[in-house]
Design a protein around this ligand. Structure first.
Ligand code: GDP
Length: 521
């Protein structure tokens, strides 16, 4: 946007919209991308696009004019959000795929929250309308609750019934994409300058070296250009389109495979053309040094609930962004409703940018990173990748097992008075590797302690796939071999008996907690 404002209006030319397809698993994203590919009115060869290069462009007849649309060929919001976490937003518009027989599912909501958080307009493809039991009207009605109101109901979101299987409605869907883009987006770029853009996919090829698919955002990329992409640099040796055909130049919104980089850039790395390859190399080396230093200066801290309260006390106006995750939809809804009812000063705003059922995932942490949000987990935990990402990015993840406690704490923070109270801190995590049946003690979990220390008198909970399945449990027995012990440290094995609680399985985690007085300020 800034770039557009800086450009001379006369130099700007219309560019095709760049579209990402999102939606719940199995709702037909991949099939839809196939059907769109096949609908290309200017197919080079029979069957059209033959290569997977991470994105493709098709042409469609729109109001009697042939127009291009670029599709990101990796469906789902994970890639989209991972790129945003790098600071790159390539998507102009999202197609939200919803299967008409299934209706709204958890990842449907997740996808639309991610698109909305990025400010990306949505066109809804109601898929599988060929199936028995398809209920496209119900999909429209369900999505109304999430702010997507169909045009036919007086809203401004376009819904198109499609069958990715038969090809029905695909042309209408492409029309809807162009209409939505034309109505709400200023998609223009200056093609007459050195290219800039984003790497969306890259790999190391045995014969060809680093192969990167880049999406041009402005300017025109030419063979022979010196470029720097993230910390990779080089001269463009050759370029290929999605048919595998060589091309000599690529203009805005065009995806191309580029050969000639020194190393493999990461998805989301931006690239630009430089004066010569020496300059490209210098920039790349400087970036590498900066990255190294950033790693050394680790411990980047993002906002925590405590920081927020402190900022309020200092008289700053703040918005608190929250991501809510819970084990059941009723809890997530109750939490959201109660939070939105909290009355606060005009200077304070609470925004719930995403809510969903299930374990805390890496894509939740990515979203929290981008929008500087706090994650609230109700009876759920992060999976391993999410835990590592949260630690790396310094995202505040708070756990609650009582709704009232969550509301109380957040309300306190919003009112600038976070009470110095007791907080629950994790003292140990153990993974269950075997379950022994014992007539005397009930089931015994054979565990290995993964972090911290498990102590005999701690409170325990059992977590399965990130969701709490047993809470507030006492450790009735803690043994190493035949000996009763009071604590077991990281990397040691032990047997844990949870008394009457017998619902344990291999792969579950046992987490122990202690109450500690919270530090103030
Ligand atoms: P994705 O996980 O969202 O990428 O879903 P896929 O594209 O892999 O589709 C999941 C399943 O639904 C596959 O078995 C598809 O053949 C099927 N499918 C996709 N679109 C349609 C459709 O329009 N009609 C019918 N009947 N089946 C479809």
């Amino acid at each position: 946007e800034q770039e557009l404002a800086d450009e001379d209006d006369e130099l700007l030319q219309a560019r095709p919209p760049i579209v990402t397809v999102m939606g719940h698993v199995d709702h037909g994203k991949t099939r839809l991308l196939d059907a769109i590919r096949k609908s290309n009115v200017i197919a080079g060869e029979a069957g059209g696009i033959t290569q997977h290069i991470g994105a493709y462009q098709i042409w469609t007849d729109h109001e009697e004019i042939d127009r291009a649309i670029t599709f990101i060929d990796t469906p789902g919001h994970e890639a989209f959000t991972a790129m945003r976490a790098r600071g790159a937003q390539v998507t102009d518009l999202a197609i939200l795929v919803v299967a008409a027989d299934d209706g709204i599912m958890p990842q449907t909501v997740e996808a639309l929250n991610h698109a909305q958080a990025a400010g990306v307009p949505i066109v809804v493809a109601v898929n599988k309308v060929d199936k028995e039991g398809a209920n496209p009207a119900k999909v429209r009605q369900q999505l109304t609750e999430y702010g997507l109101v169909a045009e036919e109901y007086g809203g401004d979101t376009m819904f198109v019934d499609v069958s990715a299987l038969s090809g029905l409605g695909i042309h209408d869907l492409l029309d809807a994409v162009l209409l939505t883009a034309d109505a709400g987006l200023d998609l223009r770029a200056n093609p007459d300058k050195d290219a800039r853009g984003v790497a969306i996919e890259a790999n190391l090829d045995k014969g060809r070296g680093a192969v990167a698919t880049v999406l041009i955002q402005s300017g025109t990329l030419e063979v022979g250009d010196a470029i720097v992409a993230g910390t990779a640099y080089g001269k463009v040796r050759a370029m290929f389109d999605e048919n595998g055909d060589p091309v000599t130049e690529a203009d805005p919104s065009r995806p191309v495979q580029v050969l000639g980089l020194s190393s493999v850039p990461r998805a989301g790395d931006t690239f630009m053309v430089t004066e010569d390859d020496r300059t490209a190399r210098q920039i790349a080396e400087k970036r590498e040094a900066v990255q190294r230093n950033a790693l050394l200066a680790k411990g980047r801290k993002r906002i925590s609930l405590e920081d927020f309260t402190k900022a309020l006390e200092d008289g700053k106006v703040e918005t608190l962004n929250l991501i809510l995750k819970g084990d059941v939809s009723g809890a997530v809804e109750a939490l959201e409703e109660s939070l939105l009812k909290i009355e606060v000063d005009d200077s304070v705003q609470l925004r719930i940018i995403h809510r969903a059922v299930g374990a805390i995932t890496e894509s939740d942490v990515n979203l929290a990173t981008i929008d500087n949000a706090i994650i609230v987990g109700f009876n759920v935990r992060p999976d391993l990748k999410a835990r590592q990402a949260a630690q790396r990015e310094g995202v505040d993840v708070r756990f609650y097992s009582v709704i009232y406690a969550a509301i109380d704490e957040i309300e306190g923070s919003l009112k600038g008075m976070l009470k110095p109270e007791f907080e629950e801190v994790q003292s140990g995590v153990a993974e269950i590797r075997e379950v022994f049946r014992s007539s005397k003690f009930g089931n015994i979990a054979g565990v290995i302690v993964r972090s911290g220390t498990i102590t005999r008198n701690a409170k325990a909970r059992v977590i399965r796939d990130g969701v709490v399945v047993g809470d507030n449990l006492a450790i009735e027995s803690l043994r190493r071999f035949k000996d009763d012990v009071t604590e077991v440290r990281t990397d040691f094995e032990a047997g844990i008996g949870l008394g009457k609680f017998n619902d344990i399985q291999v792969g579950d985690e046992i987490e122990t907690t202690e109450m500690k007085e919270k530090p103030r300020g």
